[in-house]
Design a protein around this ligand. Structure first.
Ligand code: NAD
Ligand code: UGA
Length: 473
């Protein structure tokens, strides 16, 4: 089975970069990334690759190389399904907001819509690949939708389907590198011919030993489990960070000490403002829901505590900032450095910055928010309010509700600021002009570093109060 035409439904953070890399590595395959979001597709087709809808280091170069040759972006979903031998489903699977399992279970309405669209439009034999992160046994749902349509008596043509699970493990900010040099590629399925067809694609740049083949349910569950384990490490180290602050220990030293144990390993042990991103929370809650569904309540409780700790930790940081600033921040000017959920991405989904900023605004602070890649419009969306200059509201320092402003120039924002809070680990924040900050800020001035980005030596000579995550020393 040789794949010549691929269609990927969903031109998001996974669909776009993944298909770009496959196109780059497999020039003999025509790849069409389709989406019903016209605006997003227009951005993927923008002549200036700096305007792509997502920012990922290395992505623009690949898109520039392949677009128009074997990589195409369009809204022509039905037509592309018709012409493809393999269809990836790479659509969003957020947590359900209402109904059965609300707040925990994944909302599969977009996945189901895709399955129906594939069922209606596919021709001949089509391999359907689950790329989205899905609850265990979703392949069964997809298969029954596909099979039901196949039996449709009004249709005379013969169509056949195979469903594979091929979860994606890329992390944002390093997506291209993760796709080019994956720790493993996971393919779950029943039909060996289909599994081989997908393996052959990855084998163009991934060694055979790294292409793991499993049964379909193990593949689906392994994806949820991987995210749960990763998130668990972050909640673990953040819990220890709080203990370090209380006891005089330093979380960086504790991380180094435990990470040197090869059984524990040194990665993913950086204390921070709490994990964000579109997936950790939703995937753990999905695992919690599944566990409850199968009556495994202790298992559910165990994993839920990872999310509970993360929520508590983010609140802890906003409370701590307020407390250090004499228990009141009403009308105080606080500079927020970083709004994305991590460095090197423009994604703000579930970013710790959203909750922390909302808490500070509720205390009446005036926030000056900077991020090199997140737009003002996105922040308006996330905070649910417009910046002060667009609000035309008079600043009243006794207002219970605060204000915010979007800033481009960090140096200019220093004037009369009471605090600087680093929330995202952007490289450029390592080069803050601390002498200038000290001259311009109101005293006593506070620096809060939730990412261990600043070398304390760099600011020692300046007159700052300094807090950094997990530092009790
Ligand atoms: P995203 O929101 O960035 O992109 C999903 C896209 O699918 C959107 O552009 C949306 O318009 C489109 N879409 C939804 N339903 C559609 C339909 N019926 N027809 C056509 N287009 C449709 O989401 P994402 O971050 O790319 O995540 C996609 C999946 O991959 C999720 O299940 C997620 O859990 C998983 N995942 C994400 C990451 C990540 O880093 N973001 C990593 C690994 C796995
Ligand atoms: C994560 C996983 O790392 C990917 O393998 C997975 O494919 C993806 O989720 C997904 O399924 O969506 P991502 O959320 O993009 O990737 O980014 P991570 O690097 O995992 O960071 C997640 C959050 O944890 C960020 O807020 C980050 O700042 C935080 N983090 C990470 C820490 O606080 N400390 C660390 O040591 C590592």
């Amino acid at each position: 089975m040789k794949i010549k035409n691929i269609c990927c439904i969903g031109a998001g953070y996974v669909g776009g970069p993944t298909m770009a890399v496959i196109a780059d590595k497999c020039p003999d395959i025509q790849i069409h990334v389709v989406d019903f979001n016209k605006e997003r597709i227009n951005k993927w087709n923008d002549v200036d690759v700096n305007n792509l809808p997502i920012f990922e280091p290395g992505l623009a170069e690949i898109v520039e190389r392949c677009r128009g040759k074997n990589l195409h972006f369009s809204t022509g979903i039905n037509e592309r399904i018709r012409k493809s031998d393999m269809v990836f489903i790479s659509v969003n699977t957020p947590t359900k907001k209402y109904g059965l399992g609300a707040g925990k279970a994944s909302d599969l309405k977009w996945v189901e819509a895709c399955a129906r669209q594939v069922a209606n439009n596919a021709t001949g034999h089509t391999i359907v690949v689950e790329k989205s992160t899905l609850p265990v046994r979703t392949a069964e749902v997809i298969k029954s939708i596909l099979d039901a349509t196949k039996k449709d008596s009004e249709r005379s043509e013969i169509k056949t389907f195979d469903v594979l699970s091929n979860p994606e493990f890329l992390a944002e900010g390093t997506a291209i590198n993760d796709l080019l040099y994956p720790d493993r590629v996971l393919i779950g399925g029943e039909n060996q011919l289909s599994i081989n067809a997908l393996s052959d694609i990855y084998a163009k740049w991934v060694t055979k030993e790294k292409i793991l083949q499993t049964n379909i349910w193990s593949s689906e569950l392994a994806k949820l489990t991987a995210n749960a384990f990763l998130a668990q490490r972050i909640s673990s180290i953040n819990s220890i960070g709080a203990l370090c602050e209380a006891t005089g220990a330093d979380v960086r030293e504790v991380s180094r000490a435990i990470g040197a144990d090869s059984r524990i390993g040194s990665k993913f042990l950086d204390a921070g403002p709490g994990f964000g991103g579109s997936c950790f929370k939703k995937d753990i809650l999905n695992l919690v829901y599944l566990s409850e569904y199968f009556g495994l309540y202790e298992v559910a409780k165990f994993w839920e505590s990872v999310v509970t700790l993360n929520n508590w930790h983010q609140k802890r940081i906003s409370k701590l900032i307020t407390n250090k600033l004499f228990g009141t921040i009403s009308g105080k000017k606080i500079i927020i450095l970083g709004f994305a959920f991590k460095g090197n991405t423009n994604d703000t989904r579930e970013s710790a910055a959203i909750l922390i900023c909302k808490d500070l605004l509720n205390e009446g602070a005036f926030l000056f928010i900077h991020d090199p890649k997140v737009s003002k419009e996105q922040i308006i969306n996330d905070l649910g309010s417009k910046p002060y200059s667009e609000n035309k509201k008079q600043l009243n320092s006794f207002d219970v509700k605060g204000n915010w402003e979007f800033i481009h120039d960090i140096d200019e924002s220093f004037f009369e600021a009471d605090a600087i809070v680093i929330l995202t680990e952007w490289e450029e924040y390592k080069n803050i002009n601390w002498d200038l900050a000290e001259k311009r800020m109101r005293k006593p001035a506070w620096i809060f570093d939730s990412r261990s980005l600043i070398d304390p030596e760099d600011i020692k000579k300046n007159d700052f109060n300094f807090w950094r995550i997990g530092d009790g020393s």
